[in-house]
Design a protein around this ligand. Sequence first.
Ligand code: NAD
Length: 494
Amino acid sequence: MDTARIASLRSAPVPPARHLIDGEHLDASDGATYQVISPIDGKPFTTMPAGTAADAQSAIAAARTAFDDGRWRGMGPKARKTVMLRWADQIEANALEIAVLGVRENGTEIAMALKAEPLSAAATIRYYAEAIDKLNGEIAPTEPGTLGLVHREPAGVVGAIIPWNFPLMIGAWKLGPALAAGCSVVLKPAETASLSLLRIAELGHEAGLPPGVLNIVTGTGAVVGAAIAESMQVDVLAFTGSGATGRKLLEAAARSNLKRVYLELGGKSPNIVFADAPDLDEAAKVSAAGIFRNSGQVCVAGSRLLVERQVHDAFVEKLVAHARAMKVGDPLDPETAAGAINSQRQLDQTLNFITEARSLGRKIVTGGNRIHEETGGFYMAPTIVAGVEPNDRIAQQEVFGPVLAVMPFETEEEAVALANGTDYGLAAAVWTANLSRAHRMVRQIRAGVVHVNTYGGADLTVPLGGVGQSGNGHDKSLHAFDKYLDLKTAWIKL
Ligand code: NAD
């Protein structure tokens, strides 16, 4: 990694950000802004428009007009593909600059951010661009004398609302298929992770996205997000974030135009280690990364460790060694394994879980405290809590911080019961060398993805989505198109 370039970018002045609406950079309609605080040192480094409902409405109107006049969906697949491929190339060409900008705002360690943010966004946009001219309709097997055609048409205006942990990766999971399908989009990034999205949207326009097709409105969920959710002009709402917000979006859709709502929510994902795992050292190494990278701010983080009792103590010891060896701190140091927590609020919430676990007599095996406070940044030591009871809040609720809750189990049945014992169902892992057991576990665990003898890393070719209160609908893979395309039947008498 080009450390000299990172050093010069880390303190480069960042001009006040502006919305991107109808191809134009705009301030909030009332001129209001808020400060962008870097979690690296707790200091403000630029400002962001505090968007108003009117800003959201003008972006939606621009997207509506762009959709209705066909300037994008009517362009033809080859031309749209060319624009999106060019966009992906430009994101890739500016990857380091974009990654550093994003890290200054959200705190993810640069080694991960570079791959998971601009480079993954470029790969996602390219993947969906390449699919544009391969989306066929269908001819139905009707009786003679009729012809049944099934057209796949862009669904219209998409409202996308996303969180702060991986704004570009998650943003591209919505933008890639939505734009490739021919939709127009209004995207609201999280309050604490908007800069890099604004930057890639700008590159999209330079690559040839017509004005109004991709609009970014910054500001709070309660104002901008709610205005998108309540709009009569938005056809599809694609959301990643918390269950509490997801619930509000469903209500808003019911109150307004019954727009389709796709929710990618949180998880409390079980990582299940059997004594017969092929390599317990490898399992410990991967499991530590599976919870502690990006300081645990990962929707699929393996935040509940279920370990077969006979290897429990030895395995926890291995994990503790990895947790203590992890370099936590300055996210712009390429050697850092876990950067900053996104905000003071998120840090405080995470520490509250630890205080509660302590008061219940649970064992804080390592970590449990804020570190590097002298920097002014928001850092926390990788934390392992053992002796957790299945109904503890730390075992039931998403912490979204570097905190692993550990529970022992005796039998496969008990492991399944514990694994399925939360309201969530996003991700899981099983470590075992027993092939039959691995398949039995995959079938029995309620989750959108079950890893076997690994954790994380599932690529774009497979869908990601949850069951239960982890949501509905899927990002990634060709299945993501289902959210942004409508089926239309032509029934023709011959
Ligand atoms: P959040 O729900 O508070 O915020 C997410 C987005 O929703 C933000 O842009 C926010 O401004 C907006 N929002 C908030 N209130 C709103 C409202 N009333 N109306 C409309 N929009 C509103 O979540 P967060 O704390 O930013 O993100 C963390 C959550 O996201 C975690 O639960 C995490 O698991 C989840 N997440 C899920 C996935 C996944 O793919 N399943 C990926 C990453 C994060």
